[in-house]
Design a protein around this ligand. Sequence first.
Ligand SMILES: *Cc1c(COP(=O)(O)O)cnc(C)c1O
Length: 362
Amino acid sequence: MSYKLFIPGPVAVSEKTLRAMARPMIGHRSTDFVALYQSLQPGLQALAGTADPVYLSTSSAWGVMEGSLRNVVRRKVLNCMNGAFSDKWFDVSLRCGLAATALKAEWGQPVDPAAVRRELATGAYDAITLIHNETSCGCMSDLPALMAVLREFPDVISIVDTVSSFSAMPIPKDELGIDVLITGSQKALALPPGLALLSVSPRALERAAGGAGRGYYFDFVEFQKNHENGMTPSTPTISLIYALQSKLEDIAAEGIANRHARHARLNQTVRDFIFAKGFKLFPKEGHGSVTLNCFANTLNLDLAALNKILKTKHHLVIDGGYGKLKGKTFRISNMGDETDATIAALLASLDSALAETPKLAG
Ligand SMILES: *Cc1c(COP(=O)(O)O)cnc(C)c1O
């Protein structure tokens, strides 16, 4: 049985994108590949708001999230935590043998710019990790406010994960002063998993070049050296790069501003519908994500039963809560290629399914 994903990643992939992946292989050192690679740069730079290159990494986002730590942390990293992915980044820092401090907020609370300033003012840090949009709990932190704090600490390299927000709203990397901007393929970009994108500032590149221990596969210096020849360090996922090219065509045809407006509109449509059913948003007011909604299960519905009804009768799937929020929240994605029509169809299905979903005992 085939069904459509409304989970916040991987998200549904269009037929056009899948067809793009079926194109014949080319050599990754061929002039055809160089032309393909170079053709993507203007579109990617426009989405990232940067004049720096955008490197293509054959990995999931975690590859470059870990790799960035190895490239730029020389003294100590501050890992800002407010959900499953940002919590994990602290764990990854420790596994890399780095000195790290956890700056913890409750899941669903945004990263607090004042707390970041207090911690960085100790002078102990030379890098920070931030997740813009914590997908696990649908919480978006105020990136402009956080980056304003970061600009007070020019020795601190900022590593910012935009896996579930990239291309869905403006994230002007150069204007905000983001050093390392990271995203993945299977969320906001609605491509299959397996490709990560990263854009690195000159000072982050300089930091990387001056240190040891950054390895090979995710070495910023290798990415830059190969970029200058229109290539990647190792054999890339060429099929996904075709898919990315197809997606950038779609984005150019729609227009970036229209794409941003579409995400905001569809997000609000889902929110209004679920609010009318009596649920509330899980994250702090004013910090709900624009690409997904994470609702608190305030009516104590049997979310496993709801998803079973959705899957068997309506051929679609939402998310029943991430990690420790399983059963307590549910998440609905509006990332990628969703339209007014697909969201209307989703809500009609939800309307019917919610009416027959039992409440949990107790
Ligand atoms: C999904 C996600 C990740 C991890 O991505 P992988 O592709 O599984 O490596 C990291 N950060 C955020 C915000 C995510 O949503």
